[in-house]
Design a protein around this ligand. Structure first.
Ligand code: G6P
Length: 463
């Protein structure tokens, strides 16, 4: 079987998302004797052009340093101040600075130049996420003829939002140079198809040369998952139990409502706290009997919009505390720090309700992890945004419109009052979906489509 090369901005051990992906791909990578390629996490004045190999927990990882300026324009600039807000339909939060695009392309060229000499002709390359959309183009410009797949972990934007992105046509042409483009949800594929179908010469551009030819690129949805069995085990591990005991001492008889999210404006955190406020305002019987815990590790905090989200959440939590707290009862706890998976698994198991209410999200793995961690005899309830990719696979959740805080407050009430038999029925369906969409099956399905064992590495494409 041909080698597999995984490419992402962050490499394993260098960030939260890379952590989840690494768990998913570790086994496949070692079976296929491949390596992981990405940014080293280091900013230096004069980076080497070649990547350095490092063994990270048995995984072979090739890493490239970047200059501070290149990294800024590529990561904080084009990737996270233009692509991220636009793909999440938050054009109001996008900042456009023209020169960031050059930095974005420059880093993709550096990645391609450093990766190319490490490639064998029949290697299969799997590129991850919006930081690296141009990578296949740049590799192909340098002569690579490998099978190259791309997976977008975040939602694909509607056409209007896409048109607001500078150089969107170049980016779409870059996508057309992959053999396979994978997205989280059917809604993302539909948005992509709408763009592809409506950019005919007769419609927007009026110029056939501007039309992107997608005829050689397969596009499909591959909803990512977690490892629900691992979470089931983790949730009763000693480390998880320690966290449960700590919390139980504080909670006593109160029911725990839990949110776990990076501190990002796409997660709808102020709206979520407002919904909780409405629950307490509309249903006095819950006061002193529930407690909300929001875990929100800071993220991308050099970017102004992230600082503002953090401030908005501080204000919202303060408001709820001031309005409802009593000397001997706090309605909520809000922690701005990251916890390890064992502690989270414990919190998931303890929580009677998980509030997973992003305004827009590629998939949302917290939903998967929560389901995996439940006690089958007494499971909690998942309140899930209809704008998370997860909503396409989890019928057993209570689905909400996160912009409508009255609806979310009512969903919370229903979740807290839900009888055991309904909770078990819903969780059984959720767990079946989480199992079906487990992360190993996801990777296998994508890689099978990208390069079926019989044809992998034929290298016959003429580009
Ligand atoms: C999302 C993105 C990932 C990213 C992660 C953490 O999940 O899809 O590509 O790694 O957020 O964000 P960060 O900017 O810290 O890498």
């Amino acid at each position: 079987m041909s080698r597999l090369i995984v490419v992402s901005n962050r490499t394993p051990g260098k960030g939260p998302a890379a952590g989840g992906l690494a768990v998913a791909l570790r086994k496949t990578l070692s079976e296929r004797e491949g390596f992981w390629f990405g940014w080293s996490g280091r900013l230096v004045e004069q980076p080497e052009r070649e990547a350095r190999f490092e063994d990270i927990d048995g995984l072979s990882v090739a890493q490239l340093d970047l200059t501070r300026d290149d990294h800024h324009d590529y990561y904080a600039g084009f990737s996270n101040s233009i692509l991220w807000p636009s793909f999440h339909l938050r054009l109001d939060l996008a900042t456009i600075e023209a020169h960031w695009y050059e930095g974005y392309r420059r880093v993709n060229v550096q990645f391609a130049r450093a990766l190319l000499p490490l490639l064998k002709p029949d290697d299969v390359i799997w590129v991850h996420d919006y930081h690296l959309i141009p990578l296949a183009s740049e590799l192909r410009n340098l002569g690579a003829r490998n099978r190259i797949g791309f997976y977008l972990h975040i939602p694909f934007p509607t056409s209007d939002a896409l048109y607001a992105i500078p150089h969107h046509n170049d980016l779409m042409r870059d996508l057309s140079r992959y053999d396979l483009v994978g997205m989280q949800a059917r809604r993302d594929v539909a948005a992509f198809t709408e763009f592809a179908d409506h950019q005919s010469p007769s419609s927007l551009s009026g110029n056939p040369l501007k039309t992107v030819d997608f005829s050689r690129t397969e596009v499909d949805s591959f909803p990512i998952g977690s490892d629900p069995h691992a979470f089931a085990k983790l949730s009763v591990s000693p480390a998880a139990t320690k966290m449960v005991k700590r919390m139980e001492r504080v909670l006593r008889e109160q029911k725990l409502i839990l949110g776990v999210d990076r501190l990002d404006y796409s997660k709808g955190l102020p709206q979520r706290v407002e919904a909780y406020e409405k629950l307490l305002a509309n249903n006095a019987r819950f006061r002193r009997h529930v407690h909300m815990l929001q875990v929100a590790p800071p993220s991308r905090d050099t970017i102004k919009e992230y600082q503002e989200t953090s401030d908005a959440l501080d204000a919202m939590c303060g408001r709820v505390m001031g309005r409802f707290a009593e000397p001997d009862w706090q309605p909520l706890t809000y922690v701005k720090r990251a916890y390890g998976q064992p502690s989270l698994a414990g919190l998931y198991r303890l929580a009677k309700v998980a509030l997973v209410t992003p305004l827009r999200d590629g998939m949302n793995l917290v939903a998967h992890e929560y389901i995996g961690s439940q006690n089958p005899a007494d499971p909690g309830v998942l309140v899930l945004s209809r704008f998370a990719g997860a909503a396409e696979i989890f019928d057993g959740a209570i689905e909400v419109n996160p912009f409508d805080t009255d609806e979310t407050a009512e969903a919370l009430r229903i979740a807290l009052d839900m009888p055991l038999d309904e909770r078990i029925a819903r969780w059984t369906s959720l767990m079946a979906a989480a199992r079906e969409h487990n992360v190993e099956a996801w990777a296998a399905r994508f890689l099978d489509r990208l390069a079926p064992a019989t044809t992998a590495g034929s290298g016959t494409r003429d580009i």
